[in-house]
Design a protein around this ligand. Structure first.
Ligand SMILES: Nc1ncnc2c1ncn2[C@@H]1O[C@H](COP(=O)(O)OP(=O)(O)O)[C@@H](O)[C@H]1O
Ligand SMILES: [Mg+2]
Length: 366
């Protein structure tokens, strides 16, 4: 038997203590209950292990004379996310246990003959508590996100109103001037530049609205491959993207979706891919049936996303481009989530960027 959370990897417990017999006892008890378990003898080994492996829980033997463990408790307290800790102390050392709890330990056990029996129930309780805390933090984060979005939605509506109307007026006025210019006027290029910038600004405001106040999808049964074909051929009409090659493969699965929104979402991904490849290279799109849904992966052979930037790319306004809005991926994410789907990004070791979108199938995956 192996203890797992939600079908994921087994729960990994790290045992730290300098007494080999105690280590062996803890390790056998935990392994026989189906936990993954590793035992080490020093603080340094423990920190090394944590630095290189996933650890869900630490069981630490604290010894008063040589201070083993005290330092570790302090150093672990500042780790993020915090790994829950159970300390073991001698019968006479209740004070140490209290001290350790103050420093952030979750629970303690006294080292006596009942240890092996008590260990597993305490481990289970601490793991349950940790899980509840993680769920709470996740709920708080998502409430905060929703509140932020609601505020942004109100602001976006005001900005849109304040910006779009004057922009339309300016654009109209400039066009009047353009008509009045002689054909060979040296100002013609400047006028074109102004009009182009106004278009861009208008598009940014539209993006902001789409992000902050998305409409709910009008669901219909859509052949996803045909939808992608349309999006790709529209994109390739841009003369600047003539050097891009797109390979589309997989089945024409039927998804439950809003054609306009999904096209917009795929367009955002393809534009990013094209821009990442400096407008020349290959984009591979694969449609497949996965985990009861429809998976579409969009892979480019651009430079990939540096690891430190990966967590940020779905944040609104995050961009690494001189003229980027940083709204392409946040909009894509909102659209996918409004379809009860999922979107994620992986950067394969051999290079490039792969965006994976999962959408519900029309037949519910049957
Ligand atoms: N296919 C990709 N390859 C490399 N980087 C990407 C890719 N897609 C997105 N990114 C990174 O994510 C950032 C955010 O993308 P996005 O939200 O579409 O905004 P924008 O394209 O306006 O910058 C980009 O600026 C870029 O750094
Ligand atoms: Mg973009």
């Amino acid at each position: 038997m192996t203890v797992r959370r939600d079908g994921e990897a087994p729960i990994r417990i790290l045992v730290v203590g300098d007494d080999p017999r105690l280590r062996a006892l803890l390790e056998t008890t935990l392994l026989s209950e189906g936990y993954g378990c590793t035992a080490v003898s020093t603080d340094e080994d423990a920190l090394d292990w944590i630095g290189a492996h996933e650890v869900d829980l630490i069981v630490l033997d604290v010894k008063p004379p040589d201070r083993i463990g005290r330092d570790l408790v302090d150093r672990l307290g500042s780790a993020d996310p915090a790994i829950p800790l159970i300390v073991l102390t001698g019968q006479e050392d209740a004070r140490i246990a209290v001290d350790m709890m103050k420093r952030g330990a979750r629970d303690y056990l006294i080292k006596d003959h009942g240890l092996a029996d008590l260990l597993v129930p305490v481990v289970e309780r601490v793991l349950r508590q940790q899980e509840r805390e993680e769920q709470l933090a996740e709920a708080e984060r998502s409430i905060g996100e929703r509140e932020g979005l609601a505020r942004l939605g109100e602001m976006a509506a005001v900005v849109a109103h304040e910006v779009k109307n004057p922009l339309a007026a300016i654009s109209g006025a400039i066009q009047v001037i353009r008509h009045g210019l002689p054909k060979d006027s040296p100002h013609a290029a400047i006028i074109e530049e102004i009009l182009e910038r106004i278009d861009n600004l208008n598009e940014t405001v539209n993006d902001l609205l789409l992000f902050a106040r998305p409409r709910s999808p009008h669901l219909a049964s859509l052949p996803v491959r045909s939808l992608l074909e349309d999006t790709v051929s529209l994109l390739l009409q841009d003369p600047e993207l003539r050097e891009i090659q797109v390979n589309l493969s997989g089945a024409d699965l039927l998804v439950k979706g809003d054609a306009e929104l999904l096209k917009r979402m795929f367009q955002n991904l393809l534009v990013n891919a094209a821009q990442a490849m400096q407008r020349s290279g290959e984009i591979s799109i694969l449609v497949s049936r996965r985990r009861g849904g429809c998976q579409v992966s969009v892979l480019d052979d651009g430079p990939g996303i540096p690891p430190d930037k990966r967590p940020k790319v779905f944040e609104p306004f995050f961009t690494t481009k001189a003229r980027g809005t940083g709204l392409g991926l946040p909009i894509a994410k909102r659209i996918v989530e409004a379809h009860q789907g999922r979107i994620s990004i992986v950067c394969p070791a051999r290079g490039g960027t792969k965006v994976v979108v999962e959408l519900p199938l029309e037949d519910g995956g049957r």
